[in-house]
Design a protein around this ligand. Structure first.
Ligand code: KIV
Ligand code: NA
Length: 276
């Protein structure tokens, strides 16, 4: 394997090869996904919901994100590590945004950052890129704006909303982003955006014609059951497997079956005799 860079992703789009991206939040799972050859590991602020148990992504802080990006970076060799900028870390001022983006590369080993929004974040995006930090955009359903959007729903269904997404995608490309996540937009709109852009689109609930796909790893593995979105395909159902393993462990401890001889340590009989 070779380290995946922004150039690798651009070349994949040009060659018509699909880009694979998954969320990761810790060392051990990052290591597994990296070994499988996933191109991009996103430490998403979905962390707040699937790992930290919040009801939305809004409570997630810079410190939460840095802690998990550090763990994912330690487990990753070839994949590109992208750090999601949390709510309020890139909204107050351009200077503060650049400083926060920089922390992910300087203190946590990320290769790039992702932030939500279109035209309204273009100046911020430019300033972060001017510091040598690659930026990934995110349009359509942007969960940090849930209070404005009024719920987790498909975006860009009418002409005006669709045009706004196309224009925002072009504005982000002009600002210099290396890729754009399209979340929960109609498949034909995602196809149109993908064809209009030189940079790759990464879809989640955006149909098959994006240049790549991303899903939340807890969703594909069947580990998070509070909310199972329509766009997520469950490739494994790990919860019943974990329930079974933990229940057998509990039973074996309670009945004295575990630990067995093979899990225990012995000492020389003569040493043991001296004790009694
Ligand atoms: O936080 C996240 O997991 C994301 C992906 C769903 C794109 O932003
Ligand atoms: Na996110």
């Amino acid at each position: 394997g070779k380290k995946v860079t922004t150039l690798t992703l651009k070349q994949k789009k040009q060659k018509g090869e699909k880009i694979t991206m998954l969320t990761a939040y810790d060392y051990s799972t990052a290591k597994i996904f990296d070994e499988v050859g996933i191109d991009v590991l996103l430490v998403g602020d979905s962390l707040g919901m699937v790992v930290l148990g919040y009801e939305s992504t809004l409570p997630v802080t810079m410190e939460d994100m840095l802690h998990h990006v550090q763990a994912v970076s330690r487990g990753t060799t070839n994949a590109m590590v992208v750090a999601d900028m949390p709510f309020m870390s890139y909204h107050v001022s351009v200077g503060e945004s650049v400083r926060n983006a920089g922390r992910f590369l300087q203190e946590a080993g990320a290769n790039a950052v992702k932030l939500e929004g279109g035209r309204e974040v273009a100046d911020t995006v430019k300033a972060i890129i001017a510091a040598g930090i690659p930026v990934m955009g995110h349009l359509g359903l942007t969960p940090q704006s849930i209070n404005q959007l009024g719920g987790y729903r498909v975006q860009g269904k009418d002409e005006a909303a669709a045009r706004a997404i196309i224009n925002n995608a072009l504005a982000l490309q002009d600002a210099g982003v290396f890729a754009i996540v399209l979340e929960c937009v109609p498949a034909p709109l995602a196809k149109m955006v993908t064809e209009r852009l030189d940079i790759p689109t990464i879809g989640i609930g955006a149909g098959k014609d994006c240049d790549g796909q991303v899903l939340v790893s807890h969703d594909i593995l069947g580990l998070y059951s509070d909310l199972v979105p329509k766009m997520a395909k469950q490739y494994a159902s790990l919860k019943p497997i974990i329930v079974d393993a933990v229940a057998r462990y509990k039973k074996e401890v309670e009945t004295g079956v575990f630990p067995a001889e093979e899990h225990s340590f012995q000492m020389a009989a003569e040493e043991l005799n001296k004790l009694s």
